[in-house]
Unconditional design. Structure first.
Length: 571
RNA sequence: CGGGGCGUAGCGCAGUUUGGUAGCGCGCACGGUUCGGGACCGUGAGGUCGGAGGUUCAAAUCCUCUCGCCCCGACCA
């Protein structure tokens, strides 16, 4: 492509609404533009990257025996009504009425539609296993779209659905997809972790997330520094309880201390000066779970995991009690609530009850107790209700857990017969008996991955594409107003293209600085600079986007040297 | 949905407190000088001040309503 004819609208200043690196850079470098909140158009460069990613996904999915199809995104309501999701999905489902008043919606995912297709067309165990996938637009009216392409209301997703004769066979399909996903994420040049996850609303028994590591990610995950244990903090088992030694391990006498203006753990710790740290305190929070009020207690430096708490209580969700509710239930202000003397259900984390001579709220404003000890001063149901934290012991080995932030790039599930049973999707086995298909589903946020790659591969100057997903592999940059550089650059550009290299020729009538800045911004992995100065010596410069220095190479070796550099970048 | 912030030229912003001629930088067009890390000079085009209603002789500015966008929290590829 000749840059002078390319539609690559770069800008110096990013719109103020963009905050994350990937968002800023996609806008500045002319890869994408916003149309509405969570709605983007991909410009030519963006589409080239998209196609690169899609191609890798298709190659690996096809190699795994999956078959591509294309399902509609505009759907009659009947399928979601059949599975029950028409009601369950809530406002996230974009509903549409046609001219006759018929109910429709835009597809947020396609379990029902494939299941319907398969139940109509597949009758026999001999047609199984079957894995069908598509790369398609998806629509979810997200409560809060954000961060550019990372969280959109319209996005591109690869979704695959497997159909098997048995649970065992489905486990095999799941394992195969897991392997396939590893290959895909590796080829994309991403640093990622596979983590245990909450199956969420899709309804499944087993699932794993492919989390792309990035400081800007929305998800928090923990991973062991020794073994391959990794999990979303939502579900991560916290490390085993460790008794926190705070001086005297012998229980001392309970003591009530006036502690005005100490609402937070930090303030309590500050009040007790050098004598206490957050791990010496107990954090007590009042939750509303269904129709009951429960007190959740964790160690002061730990965070409550509401998902775990809800699970322990056997309710869908728990709500933090309001100030008023706390006052009414305990007769005290928030900040002074504690387990001692609390009349009601108390759930305490193992690490909380292990604290000797703890500081905890006295359920009286403004007092705290000192030397609170579990068993003597309060009783509780003991359950792991805290979030895993950095430094926790790994639940699987002797290692320690590290905290990361991640972008959920993929999610694979064993669905079981959830949908096939609801939708009466069955096949006949060898004996002519009818069984529901055992299903799995496997998603990859394709458009999200464009942004995820940028989050991992950029610097102050711009994007630094890994070669496999770069929109162009090489940019040839003639410098100066003389004829020679442009002529030679054009010649090399032609030769590279003849060798199958995806090249961009910056034939614009721009000053060198502009061309260099744009080349860095766009993130093309290799730049060939052709200037009259070098030509006089018979050389040009080859520079990798990831390296600061360039290399002089003989003009006649330009193509060979470039091919070699590309091979090197491919690994 | 709760909390916070922002809507003025394509982009970034000032002007709003204290009503009175709509401004700056970048970008864009034209002319000239430049040409190895976002050049310089000159000329010029470009704005329903998010929208509606109100107050006023007069509204970007004050009042009411409304729409949109961003950020932080509960959901998800």
């Amino acid at each position: 492509m000749r840059y002078s004819q390319a539609f690559i609208p770069t800008v110096k200043e990013a719109p103020k609404d963009a905050t994350m690196p990937s968002h800023v850079l996609m806008l500045r470098a002319g890869y994408a533009r916003m149309v509405g909140a969570g709605i983007y158009e991909l410009l030519p460069l963006g589409v080239r990257v998209l196609h690169k990613i899609e191609r890798i996904i298709r190659e690996e999915m096809d190699a795994a025996g999956a078959q591509e199809l294309l399902m509609p995104t505009f759907l009659p309501a009947e399928y979601f009504k059949e599975s029950g999701r028409w009601d369950v999905y809530g406002p996230t489902l974009l509903r549409i009425e046609d001219r006759k008043g018929g109910e429709y919606h835009l597809a947020p995912t396609h379990e029902e539609i494939v299941t319907d297709l398969v139940r109509r067309e597949v009758r026999s165990y001999r047609q199984l296993p079957l894995n069908l996938y598509q790369i398609q637009l998806k629509y979810r009216d997200e409560p809060r779209p954000r961060a550019g392409l990372l969280r959109c209301r319209e996005f591109i997703m690869k979704d695959a659905y497997s159909f098997d004769v048995s649970e065992d066979a489905a486990q095999q399909s799941y394992a195969d997809m897991r392997d396939t996903y590893h290959r895909i994420f590796q080829r994309l040049g991403l640093e990622y972790r596979v983590v245990e996850a909450d199956s969420g609303a899709i309804g499944g028994k087993q699932s794993a997330e492919f989390q792309v590591l990035a400081q800007t990610g929305e998800d928090r995950i923990v991973a062991c520094d020794r073994c391959d244990y990794a999990a979303n903090v939502e579900v991560a088992e916290a490390g085993r309880a460790e008794t926190h030694e705070s001086g005297a391990a012998e229980p001392a006498a309970l003591e009530k201390v006036a502690t005005p203006d100490t609402r937070s753990i930090d303030e309590v710790v500050a009040f007790f000066g050098g004598k206490a740290v957050a791990a010496d305190t107990l954090k007590s929070l009042l939750y509303i779970a269904g129709d009951q009020l429960v007190l959740a207690v964790v160690r002061g430096d730990h965070e409550i995991n509401e998902i775990k708490l809800a699970r322990h209580l056997g309710v869908g969700e728990v709500l933090l009690a309001t100030d008023g509710a706390v006052r009414e239930a305990t007769g005290t202000e928030i900040g002074f609530v504690g387990p001692v003397g609390f009349e009601g259900r108390i759930i305490a984390d193992p690490d909380a009850i292990a604290v000797a001579n703890a500081i905890a709220g006295a359920s009286e404003t403004p007092y705290h107790y000192r030397n609170v000890n579990y068993g003597r001063d309060f009783e509780a149901e003991v359950a792991s209700i805290r979030q895993a934290a950095s430094g926790d012991r790994c639940p699987a080995c002797e290692g320690r857990l590290q905290l990361y932030r991640g972008i959920e790039g993929g999610h694979i599930f064993v669905l079981g017969t959830h949908y096939s049973e609801k939708m009466s999707a069955t096949f006949l086995d060898e004996e002519g008996k009818s069984h529901p298909f055992v299903m799995g589903c496997y998603g990859i946020g394709v458009s999200r991955l464009i942004a995820a790659v940028i989050e991992q591969h950029h610097d102050e100057q711009g994007i630094r594409w890994p070669l496999p997903v770069a929109p162009y592999e090489v940019i040839v940059t003639p410098i100066g107003k003389e004829e020679a550089p442009l002529a030679k650059a054009t010649e090399i550009y032609g030769a590279l293209r003849a060798h199958g290299v995806e090249a961009l020729l910056d034939d614009r009538n721009e000053r060198p600085g502009v061309k260099f800045k744009d080349a860095d911004l766009l993130g093309i992995p290799i730049r060939l600079t052709v200037g009259s100065r070098g030509l006089e010596r018979g050389t040009l410069e080859l520079k990798k986007r990831t390296e600061a220095a360039s290399t002089d190479i003989p003009v006649d070796d330009a193509v060979a040297a470039t091919m070699a550099a590309l091979r090197e970048l491919r690994g």
